[in-house]
Design a protein around this ligand. Structure first.
Ligand code: NAD
Length: 420
């Protein structure tokens, strides 16, 4: 994912500005506003790791616990060469609002290590993962702070981290980390949870807009984890016709619909969706402006800007990607009647099933996939309607409404605890 490449505006300044807008609408008291603008805690760690050539390399890592008023902090760990503390702070803030908007009893956190996992052997990655937990483990725990996979970290890395944590504790504590492989306490239904949750929100948006999803056309930008499941589930759950998909090499369009499973096979064979037999080539920019019912940005941030927002013809833009729409574009889409399902609502299915994983770890009793799907549906549907109603009541666009719902919930918990 290229999330970290467009570092132009400081992501933490952006996160604070977004909070400021919600704080103004909510007329938050100054102390509450000040508290919610900054992380409660952060730990900076230095990690010496033995490399395969016998040398020792020293890495820098972070863990930010943004706000735990509603429950233990939750958020992924990224291994990335461009990681910065401000990126981690911003992502921890967004996790706080994401967990609050889907109303799961968790706060927001995030972690990161500055490293290039593509240049590291599996043994080096394992030693780095264990070194991170040896340093950060003292502030982790199922009741304290629960990491998960994120950019360039995998279920295998989660398994090493859970194992190292078990050594520190002297016993297994699977609930300390989510996104684990199934045999180590992972949850059924975690793989497609982000896209599935997004599909439930599209179904609800279509209901309130009076749009029939069966036979509706859908274009998806990005054909990775989120985009591929969006394509297969868009067809299976919503009955929609996937007319266009794209990846970093370009896009394809077929007016009477693409078979997502065949496109996945083609991408596995050739490395891209481009060149899929029977489809027309289009650019990523053209895909966004197609005359479709549902647009699903599922790749990069900042792809819908003031420059192209006026050309978006979709009725619904469902943001599986983080940050695909700039603030100026939000205003234009709202004015033009494009119904945006904002990122931290639309893609909250992943963290919701991560929360289910923690619950199952606490019970040591595991749910079948159908149960996970039903409970995910209930959470996403309730969250969607809370945001939709807030947007209608306040006459604001959905992203601001989602912020207001989330910030209100966190502020309420802070007040009840007597912090402010
Ligand atoms: P991924 O790395 O699996 O896939 C990214 C896709 O985007 C790839 O198909 C890549 O080719 C494509 N891409 C890259 N550059 C592009 C460009 N310039 N134009 C068009 N496509 C381009 O990543 P993912 O896990 O699917 O995540 C995608 C987005 O969804 C990110 O913004 C991520 O933060 C967000 N997200 C993912 C999850 C999840 O559970 N996977 C959860 C929450 C949010």
């Amino acid at each position: 994912m290229a999330e970290l490449k467009t570092a132009a505006p400081n992501p933490f300044a952006v996160a604070q500005a977004q909070l400021d807008a919600a704080a103004e609408l909510l007329e938050l008291e100054p102390a509450m506003h000040a508290l919610l603008r900054n992380p409660l805690r952060e730990l900076h760690v230095t990690l010496p790791v033995k490399m395969d050539d016998g040398t020792t390399k020293v890495f820098q890592g972070f863990r930010v616990q943004y706000n735990d008023a509603r429950g233990p902090t939750k958020g992924g760990i990224r291994f990335h060469p461009d990681e910065t503390i401000d990126t981690v702070r911003a992502l921890a803030a967004w996790m706080t609002w994401k967990c609050a908007v889907v109303d799961i009893p968790l706060g927001g956190g995030k972690g990161g290590v500055i490293c290039n996992p593509k240049e590291m052997s599996p043994g080096e990655l394992e030693r780095l993962s264990r070194a991170y937990v040896r340093q950060v483990g003292r502030i982790l725990g199922p009741e304290m702070d629960v990491p998960a996979p994120d950019v360039y970290t995998t279920p295998q890395i989660m398994a090493w981290m859970a194992d190292e944590y078990a050594f520190l504790q002297g016993h297994n504590e699977f609930g300390v980390i989510t996104g684990k492989p199934l045999p180590l306490g992972g949850s059924a239904g975690r793989g497609d949870a982000t896209a599935r949750g997004g599909m439930y929100t599209i179904r609800e948006a279509a209901r309130v807009l009076g749009l029939e999803t069966r036979g509706a056309t859908m274009a998806i930008q990005g054909f990775g984890n989120a985009g591929q499941f969006a394509a297969t589930l868009g067809r299976e759950l919503l009955g929609s016709i996937i007319v266009a998909v794209s990846d970093s090499k370009g896009g394809i369009y077929k007016a009477d619909g693409l078979n997502p499973f065949e496109v996945i096979k083609h991408k596995q064979r050739t490395g891209s969706v481009v060149g899929f037999p029977g489809a027309q080539s289009i650019s990523n920019e053209e895909l966004l402006e197609l005359d479709v019912d549902i647009l699903v940005p599922a790749a990069l941030e900042n792809v819908i800007t003031a420059r192209n927002a006026g050309n978006i013809k979709a009725r619904i833009s469902a943001e599986l990607a983080n940050g695909p729409t700039t603030p100026e574009a939000d205003e234009i889409l709202h004015k033009n009647g494009v119904y945006v399902i904002p990122d931290f609502l639309c893609n909250a299915g992943g963290v919701t099933v991560s929360y289910f994983e923690m619950v199952q770890n606490a019970y040591q009793y595991y749910w079948d996939e159908e149960t996970v799907h039903e409970r995910l549906d209930a959470k996403m549907t309730a969250a969607f309607h809370a945001v939709h109603k807030k947007a209608e009541d306040l006459h604001v666009h959905n992203r601001l409404a989602a912020y207001v719902v989330a910030v209100e919930r966190v502020a309420e918990a802070v007040r009840l605890r007597g912090w402010v």
